[in-house]
Each structure stands twice: as C-alpha cells, then as structure tokens.
Design a protein around this ligand. Structure first.
Ligand code: CAA
Ligand code: FAD
Length: 379
C-alpha cells in the first residue's frame, strides 16, 4: 500500500492548515466559552470549497478524493472541532448521501447549494429513544399519496438551528421494521417544523446541537431519497463514510494536542532543564506520536478503501474506534504535560480534551463500532 501524498493532497492539507491557523484559531476560545456557532468562519469554509470537497464539480463540489478530505478534516480539527463537525456532517452525511442516492432534481435543487456552502445541511437519525438502537424510529412519515405527513422528535441534531436542509429518517411501514423506514428531505421553513432549544454541552460547544420537532409537516413525495423503504439502508450507508470523517476529526484533535504538548515541553523548565529532558515526559510524547501515526494510517486506509471502491464499513469503523480512543488518551496526557497551565483555557488543551469525548459517542458509540467490526469479521 502506498500512502505517498500527491501534490494535490499536500496543497489541500496546506490550505486547510492555513485557514485553521489564520481564521479559526483567533476566536476559538471565545466561541467555546459562549457556545457561539462559527457562522462567519463556516461561510468562508464554504467559499474555499471545504463544505463539498468530494462532490463532483458538476454539482459545485471540489471533485476531490476521500484522502484529501481526511487531510483537511485533520487540520481543521487540530484547531476547532466545532467547525470540523459542521464540515463532516455537510460533506460526508448530507452531500455524499444526496449525490449517491438523490434524484437529479434533488441534486439540482439542494446539492448544488450545499456543496457550494451557500447553505448547510443536517442529518437527523437519532431520537430520544433511538440512538444506538437506530431501527427503533418513532418519528412517522405517513404516506398520504403525493406527500408524507411527518410527525415526531429528533434529538441531538448537529447544525440543528443553522441548517436549511434536513435529511430526516422516519418510519412509514412499522410492520416492515427497518425495511419500512424512509429518508426525507425537509426544508427549514416547512410548516409544522420547530427547532428546540440548544444543548449546553461539555465539548464542541461552538457547534449547534438541537432537538427538532415535526408536527404534521407535509413533505412532498419527490423529497424521498431512494425507493420506498430505503431510509435505514440510506442512513447506514451514509454513516459508513461519516465515520471516516469523525475518525479524522479525532485524529486532528489528538495531533493538535500533541503539537501543543511537544512545544510546551521544549519551553517549560523544571529542575534546571526543559521538561522535555525528563524521560517521563519523553515517553508520554513517544506514546502520543506512535498512537497518532497508527490512527492516521487507519484513517488513510479507510479513505483509500472508499476511493478505490472497496468496502469500507469495517475500515471506517476501525478508524473511528481507534482514533477516538487516541484522541481521548492524547488530550488527557497533553493536559498533564502542561501541568496547571493545561487546566486553564488559554492553553487550548483542556478544550481539546473536552472535544475529544464526543468522538467516542456520535456517529455510533465505540461499542457500536465494535458491533460493526465484529459483524464484518464474523460474516
Ligand atoms: N452498512 C450498510 N448496511 C448496514 C450497515 C452498514 N454499516 N449496518 C447495518 N446495515 C443494514 C443491514 O445489512 C440490514 O439490512 P438487511 O436487513 O437488508 O440485511 C439493516 O441495515 C439492519 O441491520 P441490523 O439487523 O444489523 O440492525 P441492528 O438493529 O442490529 O443495528 C447497528 C445495526 C449497526 C447497531 C445500527 O443500528 C447503528 O449503526 N447504530 C448506530 C447509529 C448511529 O451511528 N447514529 C449516528 C447518528 S448521526 C450522528 O451522530 C451525526 C453526528 O454526530 C455529527
Ligand atoms: P444509547 O444508545 O442510549 O447508549 C447508551 C450507552 O449504551 C452507550 O455507551 C452505548 O455504547 C451503550 N450501548 C447501547 N447499545 C449497546 C449494545 N448493543 N452493546 C453494547 N453497548 C451498547 N444524531 C443524529 O442523528 N444527527 C446528528 O447530527 C447528531 N449529532 C450529535 C451531536 C452531539 C453533540 C451528540 C451528543 C450526539 C449527536 N447525535 C446525532 C446522536 C448520537 O449519534 C447518539 O448520541 C449516539 O448514537 C448514541 O445514542 P444515545 O445517546 O441514545 O445512547
């Protein structure tokens, strides 16, 4: 296997790094503190092409491969995981799902604007009682002939109040269980659609997480994605790629924390030497960099599986399972290396530690990734 990056990959990586350092870094502590959505920054990311990276140019996308996407996600996440989750949802759940399974009319109407970053999208699978157990959908999409009548509640929706387009998973034929579920494109201003209050979170506090309520929302039939009953398969298929995005987010959080810890260790002196001279600190750094390198290889493996048309459900789940663990472990050690300074906001590592935790929870918890991996190896 060859993971030599091309000139194009390196250019994307550099552009993302520059953007993160110049545009995201200056306000990141304040946005975290005040739970402020990075609206201006996301707009610029759209203009630079970071919100529809893998979409074909025909639909205003960047026409890039998944490896480029992983590299960009890592750089953005090193600095601001709240911005990178917006990027991940828009790219790998919403845009990818519409490009792969949408009709030409849906692509023209929605994908072209989502890929250009003119609007952003949300992916709505989770419910108060259907998180890991995602087939237990209680939101209903009753077939009324030329439209669906949508009723129910979705929980924890990223981009909840900032999206214009929502891909909503709902049950149409309960007797068919997961084979009766549909995926519908819901527009923000459809009557009966209400956005609940914003969640007050431990991490990724700049991202916009809401519950959503649907009361007799009429969704035209032409807004269904795929055949009747395809909605659960749609969600699973989209999440296979989404997990590569979140794995790269975790990788970025880990490598951001490592870089900060390495620099700090070379500056801070105790007992007459830089703390980097103490073997205990050197060994922490050695563990961190080894784990990060392994996580990066798993992310690139999953991305190259996807780019090559190989199955990537297992490699994506492995990348997410491992990279999210590395993000948690690395950020804890980065705080430790900073000592008391690591515990205050201006040194960034405490935020990265809080942000790391979500990567073990969303787009399938670590326990769910193990279920996905075991099913693949046992089948
Ligand atoms: N890829 C493709 N198809 C899959 C699949 C996968 N990874 N996993 C399951 N399926 C298909 C199965 O083949 C099956 O189809 P058939 O009946 O036609 O064979 C169907 O889906 C049902 O599968 P299971 O019988 O395996 O279903 P299950 O009830 O045992 O659950 C599960 C499977 C993997 C646990 C699934 O429920 C799951 O992934 N849960 C986690 C949900 C999740 O990841 N939510 C994320 C929400 S989005 C989000 O979080 C965004 C964000 O934060 C930013
Ligand atoms: P549960 O499913 O109730 O799980 C509780 C615990 O039990 C977990 O540790 C879980 O791993 C474990 N568990 C459950 N079942 C099993 C099992 N079979 N074997 C072993 N252990 C098990 N969802 C969306 O649809 N769209 C979004 O945009 C979105 N964004 C999110 C943003 C944030 C900040 C958060 C917190 C969540 C978001 N989610 C989103 C929801 C997220 O995907 C779910 O929280 C996640 O899938 C877990 O579901 P749950 O919270 O209901 O936990």
């Amino acid at each position: 296997m060859n993971f030599e990056l091309t000139e194009e990959h390196l250019a994307v990586q550099e552009a993302a790094r520059d953007f993160a350092q110049t545009e995201l870094l200056p306000g990141v502590i304040e946005r975290d503190e005040h739970q402020k959505f990075p609206a201006e920054e996301i707009k610029k990311m759209g203009e630079l092409g970071f919100l529809g990276m893998m979409v074909s140019p025909e639909y205003n996308g960047g026409g890039m491969d998944t490896v480029s996407y992983v590299l960009a996600m890592e750089e953005i996440s090193k600095v601001d995981a709240s911005a990178s989750v917006v990027m991940s949802v828009n790219n790998s759940l919403v845009c990818w799902g519409l490009e792969k399974y949408g009709t030409e009319a849906q692509k023209q109407k929605y994908l072209t604007r989502l890929a250009a970053g003119e609007i952003i999208g949300a992916f709505c699978l989770s419910e108060p009682e259907a998180g890991s157990d995602a087939t237990m959908q209680r939101t209903t999409a009753e077939d009324k002939g030329d439209y669906y009548l949508l009723n129910g509640t979705k929980n924890w929706i990223t981009n909840g109040s900032t999206a214009s387009v929502y891909l909503v998973i709902a049950q149409t034929h309960p007797e068919l269980r997961h084979k009766g579920i549909n995926a519908l494109i819901v527009e923000r201003d459809m009557p009966g659609f209400e956005i609940g209050p914003k969640e007050n979170k431990m991490g990724i506090r700049g991202s916009d997480t809401h519950s959503l309520m649907f009361t007799d929302v009429k969704v035209p039939k032409e807004n269904r994605i795929g055949e009747d009953g395809f909605g659960f398969k749609f969600a699973m298929s989209v999440l296979n790629g989404g997990r590569i995005g979140i794995a790269s987010q975790a990788l970025g959080i880990a490598s951001g924390a490592y870089e900060l810890a390495l620099n700090y260790a070379k500056q801070r002196k105790t007992f007459g030497v830089e703390i980097a001279q103490h073997q205990a600190i050197q060994f922490k750094l050695a563990e961190m960099v080894t784990n990060i390198e392994a996580a990066r290889l798993l992310c690139l493996q999953a991305a190259s599986d996807k780019d090559a048309g190989r199955d990537y459900a297992k490699s994506g789940a492995m990348a997410k399972l491992y990279a999210s663990r590395v993000a948690m472990e690395t950020t804890i050690e980065a705080v430790q290396i900073h000592g008391g300074y690591g515990f205050v906001k201006e040194y960034h590592v405490e935020r990265l530690m809080r942000d790391a935790k979500i990567t073990q929870i969303y787009e399938g918890t670590s326990e769910i990734q193990k279920i996905v991996i075991s099913r693949e190896i046992l089948k």
